[in-house]
Design a protein around this ligand. Structure first.
Ligand SMILES: NC(=O)c1ccc[n+]([C@@H]2O[C@H](COP(=O)([O-])OP(=O)(O)OC[C@H]3O[C@@H](n4cnc5c(N)ncnc54)[C@H](OP(=O)(O)O)[C@@H]3O)[C@@H](O)[C@H]2O)c1
Length: 307
């Protein structure tokens, strides 16, 4: 039952992919807030498939930024490299009281959106759940571990946790958000580049020489993360690799999927962020730099073929 003190809020979800589709569906399922999906194509409903069900949820879509007006919350759910392409949406949706939840991988979320959100407040979000778009309007949702989202322990993070409190998305408010952000980046910095470059699922980690490469990637990234304030354990890299090895070898990654479909890769927000932060702190990252050069070339080729 809804508390009468809980204000109904207007929420715009930009990007109806795996993450945006899941968040829009979770909000629609709860049914309390006023949700609009801002997408490039109209959709009347989202077919939402959590582990134990499949529900069809009517959703309101807006396909033209000129038709959008300011909202209380924006959920920015594009890939990181598509943030500038959402500029017109952000300009139309943001005003002084708006919060922009940046539901993307990587670090530096607030800086990434700062040029586009005017006086609105950015709320960085670490996404843990798995949202897979299996059809144009169809999203498969899976919890991965105990948390679906993590936010910083500040006013914006607490507000997002309250907003989502009635939904299936379990939001963790963290006093050490920097460490969580970097920990997620470590996983992505290994799993995405290696699966994309080898065009193989996690089964590729069965190769001893690939595991040795992973540790080299992680050793660099852990050193950079620590310099950026992440409170990593002494065996952080080994723990990340062990966690990846414990996952099903049949799992892919988003960069693996994007490579197979000849798509642009989210490489600058992941490997690029490690190399850039390494430069800022005077920490050499030769292995990540090599991966970055290779992945950027693949990504740039895909971008050129899209034009
Ligand atoms: N999926 C996961 O399980 C997961 C888990 C953790 C973190 N993440 C991170 O979450 C972020 C989103 O990932 P995702 O998997 O949801 O990506 P995705 O499935 O590729 O979805 C991105 C969506 O953004 C839309 N989009 C891009 N530019 C747009 C624009 N200018 N206006 C409107 N819509 C636009 C795309 O539209 P089109 O369909 O028209 O291309 C697509 O629907 C990424 O940073 C990813 O690394 C994902």
């Amino acid at each position: 039952m809804e508390s009468s003190s809980r204000r109904r809020q207007s929420i715009a979800v930009i990007g109806a992919g795996g993450v945006g589709g899941s968040i829009a569906a979770a909000l629609a399922l709860e049914g309390w807030h006023d949700v609009v999906v801002c997408a490039r194509r109209s959709l009347d409903e989202i077919v939402f498939e959590p582990a134990d069900a499949m529900v069809r949820l009517p959703v309101r879509t807006c396909v033209d930024p000129a038709a959008a007006s300011p909202v209380d919350w924006v959920m920015l759910c594009t890939k990181a490299q598509d943030t500038p392409s959402a500029a017109a949406w952000l300009a139309a949706l943001c005003h002084r009281g708006t919060h922009v939840a940046v539901c993307q991988n990587g670090i530096g979320h607030a800086g990434r959106v700062a040029p586009f959100i005017g006086p609105a407040t950015a709320v960085p979000v670490v996404v843990y759940f798995n949202g897979e778009r299996v059809g144009p309007h169809h999203v498969r949702f899976r919890h991965v571990g105990e948390r679906d989202l993590a936010v910083p322990d500040d006013a914006g993070g607490a507000a997002l946790a309250r907003l989502l409190a009635g939904t299936c998305l379990r939001t963790f408010v963290s006093a050490d958000f920097v460490t969580l952000q970097w920990r997620k980046l470590l996983i992505n910095a290994v799993a995405n580049p290696v699966t994309a470059l080898t065009r193989q699922r996690l089964a590729v980690f069965a190769h001893a020489d690939i595991r040795a490469l992973c540790m080299d990637i992680l050793d660099e990234a852990v050193a950079v993360g620590r310099a950026c304030g992440a409170a990593f354990a002494n065996d952080e890299g080994a723990t990340v690799l062990a966690a990846l090895l414990a996952l099903s070898p049949n799992l892919g990654t988003s960069m693996y999927a994007d490579t197979l479909r000849d798509g642009v890769l989210e490489v600058d927000a992941l490997t690029g962020a490690i190399v850039e932060a390494g430069e800022a702190h005077g920490i050499p990252t030769p292995v990540n730099r090599t991966l970055l050069a290779l992945l950027r070339a693949i990504s740039d080729g895909a971008r050129a073929r899209q034009v």
